[in-house]
Ligand binder design. Structure first.
Ligand code: SF4
Ligand code: SF4
Length: 151
């Protein structure tokens, strides 16, 4: 009888709503003025990937070891190279990173022996197309160009 009364009076729903509204008092609500104010991002947040370059020589830090691609459980990194006929060193020809399949686990950056690949705190990764989520070497080195909103 008590069980049915509880059901009839929707007591569980009312209890749930009480919790909801308790957290929605005007003092609890804050409006972030995004994008003019950047939200706080946790220090260890892993976001947009970046392929670092040497600021002095402007050359990539990547030594084309392929360890990041091998470490990735999603196989979404493709590192292309060719061998310099003179020095016999590998030269990076292309680097693609498919963000649409990335789970930002960080295994690739951990595997990189020279800190060439890094997951940054940039979080604006949206794209209108799937192809737009496949970042090439230029995009990874220069970063996405965010649209600036002005009042
Ligand atoms: S963060 Fe994880 S899923 Fe994304 S590319 Fe790196 S290893 Fe792969
Ligand atoms: S692990 Fe680092 S150095 Fe090796 S291919 Fe990947 S980004 Fe380049």
């Amino acid at each position: 009888m008590r069980h049915w009364l509880k059901k009839f009076l929707l007591l569980d729903i009312l209890r749930g709503l009480r919790v909801t509204f308790r957290q929605q008092g005007p003092r609890q609500i804050t409006t972030e003025q995004y994008p003019s104010d950047r939200p706080f991002v946790a220090e260890r947040y892993r976001g947009a990937p970046r392929l670092n370059i040497n600021p002095e020589s402007n050359e990539t830090l990547c030594i084309v070891c392929d360890l990041c691609a091998k470490a990735c459980p999603e196989n979404l990194i493709v590192v292309g190279s060719e061998r310099d006929p003179v020095t016999k060193h590998k030269i990076l020809t292309h680097f693609t990173y498919d963000l649409s399949r990335c789970m930002f686990c960080g295994l690739c950056e951990d595997a990189c022996p020279v800190d060439a690949l890094e997951l940054t705190q940039d979080f604006e990764l949206a794209s209108f197309t799937r192809q737009g989520l496949v970042w090439d070497r230029q995009m990874l080195e220069e970063g996405p160009r965010p649209v600036e909103f002005k009042h």
